[in-house]
Design a protein around this ligand. Structure first.
Ligand SMILES: Cc1ncc(COP(=O)(O)O)c(C=O)c1O
Length: 391
């Protein structure tokens, strides 16, 4: 163990089990550790580094802003946040944005807004929010409650009340929950990430939208992981043609800086009034400058390339030896393997390729800008490791 690793073990709360490498620098989809080892990055910091490490255009945009103004309070106007909000609204058809710092905060903001909206439009008892089994919405007490996985709940009771869970793709159960409980909203990930990289059926999403409308409940999509170009469209819900009332996002939005965003449609745009919500760092000029650069570059041509790379990934992995199935959407890929996924992650790392896990699957979230050459090299290693016979 190096001194850095010892200090980490001694002084940082043990919330993460880390792999025994210390990453120190990178360029694009290549990362280097402190021993000079080189890795092909197929995880992008869990869907954060949209354009990989140390992207020069992004650095320039961020540094330019840093030299002008890195922070002020939300008591004053700044230039980057409104420019970014306008871009987000124009690209989604939404009407207003609240900026925060993370996915959990973006979801907290959506949940508070949904409860306030429901109290005003349906009645005070309309507090319930339906989420899906296997979902993941964050680590705060409320977003843990929203997360439909018992394993995250047990040690932190009591969680925020008012969350109900439906099985994904079971529209009858969703309808029953809406009929039997006064509900403010339905919250779901168009592609479940932590839950095992499962894309929800487009027809199911359309049915959920209809049901939400029928019951006056809001539809909130959590695009924290599957948003910002990851699936080949700007946001994952766009594949199904639904129109959510609220969109939440974070991770890849600012390409490596902490930024959360909650987008509101016409109905919900004015729910929040001064004093209802806030965040010291929300809309931070540096993070917003990073996000403006990211969004400008996620144009149709680039998204088409994401689509093409996603096809290449599916072609290379589907039916390969030791691979049982390939799931997901775009460059958000789940790989069900014959061998234990944890062993595969470790062996890939030893062979210079960084991959992630989601439940019992290998999860791939490469930088969207990864070159075909690095993508193919990384996937070749993964295939070799998956095909290996156990000793
Ligand atoms: C779908 C989804 N929502 C919310 C979150 C929480 O985001 P953060 O860790 O930025 O709070 C995550 C994180 O993995 C996520 O995947």
């Amino acid at each position: 163990m190096t001194q850095t690793q010892q200090w980490d073990e001694s002084y940082i709360a043990h919330t993460y089990s880390r792999f025994p490498i210390t990453l120190v620098e990178g360029k694009g989809s290549i990362l280097k550790d402190d021993q000079g080892n080189r890795y092909i990055d197929l995880g992008s910091g869990i869907a954060v580094n949209t354009f990989g490490a140390a992207d020069s255009q992004w650095i320039e945009a961020v540094c330019q802003q840093m030299q002008k103004l890195s922070h002020t309070s939300n008591l004053y106007y700044t230039q980057p946040a409104p420019q970014l909000a306008k871009m987000l609204c124009e690209r989604t058809g939404m009407k207003k944005v609240f900026f925060s710092n993370s996915g959990a905060e973006a979801n907290e903001c959506a949940i508070k807004a949904a409860r306030k909206y429901a109290a005003q439009t349906l009645g005070k008892e309309y507090t319930n929010i339906i989420t899906l089994a296997g979902s993941f919405h964050g680590r705060t007490i409320t977003t843990l409650a929203a997360t439909g996985q018992e394993v995250f709940h047990s040690q932190f009771q009591p969680l925020t009340p008012g969350f109900l869970y439906a099985e994904p793709e079971d529209i009858a159960q969703m309808e029953q929950l809406l009929e039997e409980n006064p509900c403010a909203a339905i919250l779901l990930e168009p592609v479940q990430g932590e839950g095992g990289v499962k894309a929800l059926d487009f027809a199911y999403l359309q049915q959920v939208e209809q049901l939400a409308k029928k019951h006056g409940a809001l539809l909130i999509v959590d695009e924290v992981q599957c948003g910002n170009g990851r699936t080949g469209k700007l946001y994952g819900y766009m594949h199904s043609g639904i129109h959510p009332n609220i969109i939440t996002t974070a991770k890849g939005l600012a390409g490596g800086l902490p930024l959360g965003a909650t987008l509101f449609d016409e109905k919900t745009a004015n729910v929040y009034q001064p004093g209802d919500h806030g965040s010291t760092f929300g809309g931070n000029p540096i993070c917003c400058a990073g996000a403006i650069n990211v969004l400008q570059r996620l144009d149709e041509t680039f998204l088409q390339q994401v689509e093409e790379k996603s096809k290449l990934i599916a072609e290379m992995l589907t039916g390969a030896r030791g691979i049982l199935s390939v799931s997901g959407l775009g460059m958000m890929v789940g790989v069900e393997t014959q061998r234990d996924a944890s062993k595969i992650v470790e062996e890939c790392m030893q062979k210079g390729v960084l991959v992630l896990k989601a439940k019992n699957k290998i999860r791939l979230l490469p930088p969207l800008s990864i070159s075909i050459r690095h993508l193919v090299q990384g996937l070749q290693v993964l295939k070799t490791v998956c095909a290996k016979q156990e000793d």
